[in-house]
Design a protein around this ligand. Structure first.
Ligand SMILES: NC(=O)c1ccc[n+]([C@@H]2O[C@H](COP(=O)([O-])OP(=O)(O)OC[C@H]3O[C@@H](n4cnc5c(N)ncnc54)[C@H](OP(=O)(O)O)[C@@H]3O)[C@@H](O)[C@H]2O)c1
Length: 239
């Protein structure tokens, strides 16, 4: 394929594309990349009118990772060097006897959506240098009521290692946060107390800020010798 001919037909080049960059960890990462002078595109369901993104001069495009048709065409319309996958799902804390199976299945569907994104990206993105997945410390913990979250997060950890070998020299890394103060917990009326209670069980006994996780995402994305890593930023949760 003639790389120059293909690139000249692509109007939309971004250094970094952040799936889930309109809130929390993804937003902090998008701002940090932008502060490095990089051109950033955020893709999420409600990115185009996101006030924070506009304030920071970051482009946003409405995009749902579960829209498989849109996914197939996405990388025909844009090129990028770096992909960040940091979308969230509503938190589901249920013991297996009571688990809502339909909702639990959506955790698997997120893994499936990420696999699809990576497949299309690896085929279509001529300049792709890195993929950074965000998983979670729950992957390494055994906490009753978290089985669907654990399956999702541990799948992402394992996916990252295998794909780092398969896709090299494209680098694939995983950043694994612990308890981090983001809008993910806004579904709970006692959010602040809940975060403090969970943090009190950690060695560092603190709730992380999104910018602390973002710094690990920047490291994994921009350091050209890091691949296959799972970077734990979790206050010791996985010890
Ligand atoms: N916060 C924590 O304590 C914690 C701990 C461990 C792991 N993590 C992981 O870190 C990642 C980021 O979490 P966060 O805390 O930053 O969550 P967040 O504040 O809820 O942000 C999630 C982002 O995902 C986007 N999103 C959700 N569903 C989407 C979909 N179907 N398609 C496209 N975008 C979608 C949201 O934007 P729209 O609403 O506009 O779509 C938002 O930008 C998640 O994978 C989460 O599991 C978080």
């Amino acid at each position: 394929m003639n790389k120059n001919a293909t690139m000249s037909s692509v109007n939309n080049y971004y250094d970094v594309v952040v799936f889930g960059g309109s809130s929390g960890i993804g937003l902090a990462s998008s701002i940090a990349f932008k502060d490095q002078g990089l051109k950033v595109l955020v893709l999420s369901r409600n990115a185009e009118n996101n006030h924070e993104l506009k304030t920071h001069g970051i482009d946003g495009k409405d995009f749902d990772i579960f829209n498989s048709d849109a996914l197939q065409h996405l990388f025909s319309e844009l090129q990028t060097k770096h992909i960040i996958l940091s979308t969230s799902m509503p938190l589901q804390f249920e013991m297996v006897r009571d688990i809502n199976l339909a909702q639990a299945k959506t955790s698997f569907e997120k893994v499936w959506a990420y696999l699809s994104i990576i497949k299309y990206a690896a085929n279509k993105l001529l300049m792709l240098e890195s993929i950074t997945l965000v998983s979670g410390a729950i992957a390494k913990n055994n906490v009753p009521g978290t089985v669907s979250l654990k399956l999702m997060a541990s799948s992402l950890n394992e996916m990252g290692k295998t794909l780092a070998i398969e896709l090299a020299p494209i680098r694939v890394n995983v950043v694994s946060p612990g308890i981090t103060d983001t809008p993910l917990y806004n579904q709970f009326s006692n959010k602040n107390q809940m975060l403090q209670d969970m943090a009190s069980a950690l060695p560092l006994k603190r709730v992380a800020q999104p910018a602390e996780i973002a710094s690990a995402i920047l490291f994994a994305t921009l350091n050209k010798n890091v691949t296959g890593a799972i970077i734990d930023i979790d206050g010791g949760a996985s010890l």
